[in-house]
Design a protein around this ligand. Structure first.
Ligand SMILES: *Cc1c(COP(=O)(O)O)cnc(C)c1O
Length: 463
């Protein structure tokens, strides 16, 4: 399998190069050249597999330049640390099959992809004799999942900038209690946007980027998408088949469009078993306007109780746009140029009809999110985190008779204790992994939000 760019500007490359490239060199996003559906024999075989073995089987369709035994070892190592034997178990409550994606080390779904990505990076760097300095800014959740993905790994250092005093105490401790030598937590005296702007500048300095082999770990990396395809296939095959329904629908709390795009790829793989993809947004509902009205126009970001979805410009959107444009890279580049210039794209009725075949969408405002947490808890004695609640709200609004509804649970409720407490009147119980953080030693460097200071720090501590 080779990979191309949505903007058509690179010659096709194998997976191992795609994963190291991250963003395509022409500014586009990388995608597999082809997405053929699985055969019925393959699907029958996949139904027999546990999660790690299914992951190996699904990933093998996209990765043909890592020997099978090695891929198997990387996958098993990635999921051995999950706290549930099924890795991503499904629990049924009322009309929702909740797909729990939060049993990884930082209790958020990003672990599913980042645990694997860290192992793939380490493996490829060992082979090439290279090194990598990962730099990222976080508003809370991604940082810890990225740190846990690469802690203690050879040939990799990671620098994560978080806004000092502006992430929740749990999120801060999840990051700063990781004491491995290759992990550098930097509390920036500024906002998340300040940190993000500095990171962008470091990547924009091509000499600096090359000299220190800067690497990114954000959700535009194809390896993250493909790791997420697995749990859609896993859930769909578990709930369908002989004597059971033919297909399932998925409700997906959406921010950067990475997770729901993985669902789109999964549906290309097993089109009969996956029906509706329900795109759930919070009050930052640009993508809902896109699906409902063909209007993709940026406005300002509003802070909500589901901060990992407080996003306007979804970094993975371009991947879908490429398919919407019938894999026409020229047209996709033109659209993206227009979007960069005007902050807006409008889709004509023909394209809108296509969009509405691919997705349905609902937005949950703050009162609806809170009510969903409260009502779900009352009805089922089960706690949803605010991101998951946005998905459940949209899922229930769009559910179809006799088709199982799978709602992706993207974070453990205890990570967002304040929102849960506001909904049910008491804080959620802390799982042991979070309760233990309290007493752990922590390490963090406080630095001013100045490009040169951060740059200097990275240069001094880079591999
Ligand atoms: C990142 C994140 C999301 C959004 O996922 P995208 O792939 O960005 O759409 C939803 N919920 C939680 C808890 C997250 O951390």
């Amino acid at each position: 399998m080779r990979y191309i760019s949505t903007r058509g500007g690179i010659t096709p490359i194998p997976f191992s190069e795609a994963v190291m490239m991250g963003l395509a060199n022409d500014g586009g996003l990388l995608l597999p050249e082809k997405l053929p559906p699985a055969t019925s024999d393959e699907i029958a075989a996949w139904r027999q597999l546990d999660y790690p073995d299914l992951a190996v089987a699904v990933l093998s369709r996209f990765i043909d330049d890592i020997p099978h035994v090695d891929l198997e070892r990387l996958v098993k190592k990635s999921y051995a640390g999950f706290q549930h034997p099924e890795v991503t178990p499904i629990v049924k409550h009322g009309e929702c099959h909740i797909l729990e994606l939060f049993h990884g080390p930082t209790l958020a779904f990003k672990d599913v992809a980042l645990q694997l990505l860290g192992n793939i990076f380490e493996y490829l760097l060992a082979k090439s004799g290279g090194r990598m300095n990962i730099i990222g800014a976080t508003s809370g959740d991604t940082g810890s999942a990225a740190i846990y993905g690469v802690r203690g790994k050879e040939r990799i250092n990671i620098f994560i900038l978080h806004p000092q005093g502006r992430v929740s105490p749990i999120q801060e401790r999840q990051m700063t209690t990781v004491l491995d030598d290759n992990v550098y937590n930097i509390a920036v005296q500024g906002t998340f946007d300040d940190g993000q702007a500095i990171v962008k500048k470091l990547f924009g300095d091509l000499t600096f980027k090359e000299k220190h082999q800067l690497g990114a770990i954000n959700s535009i990396n194809w390896a993250r998408i493909v790791a997420q395809v697995v749990y859609y296939v896993y859930a769909a095959l578990k709930l369908t088949g002989e004597g059971r329904p033919g297909q399932v629908d998925f409700a997906v709390p959406t921010g950067n469009f990475g997770d729901i795009f993985a669902g789109f790829v999964a549906r290309r793989l097993i089109p009969e078993q996956i029906g509706q993809l329900i795109l759930a947004t919070n009050e930052n509902n640009l993508l809902t306007r896109f699906v409902q009205a063909g209007d993709y126009s940026v406005s300002s970001v509003r802070p909500t109780s589901s901060p990992s979805m407080d996003i306007q410009v979804a970094s993975n959107f371009e991947r879908y746009l490429y398919y919407l444009n019938d894999q026409d890279a020229r047209r996709t580049s033109r659209d993206m140029e227009q979007f960069a210039a005007t902050g807006s794209l409008q889709f004509d009725p023909a394209r809108l009809a296509r969009i509405q075949q691919d997705f349905v969408s609902r937005s949950a405002d703050e009162p609806a999110t809170k009510a969903t947490i409260r009502d779900f808890h009352q009805a089922h004695d089960y706690l949803l985190d605010p991101h998951t609640a946005v998905g459940v709200y949209a899922g229930l609004a769009c559910r179809r008779a006799d088709i199982p509804l799978v709602c992706l649970a993207t974070a453990h409720p205890a990570k967002f204790g304040e929102a849960v407490e506001a909904a049910i009147g008491r804080p959620p119980e802390l799982p042991p992994a979070l309760a233990a953080l309290e007493n752990l030693e922590s390490r963090c460097r406080v630095l001013p939000a100045e490009e040169l200071v951060i740059k200097d720090f990275v240069a001094q501590h880079a591999l």
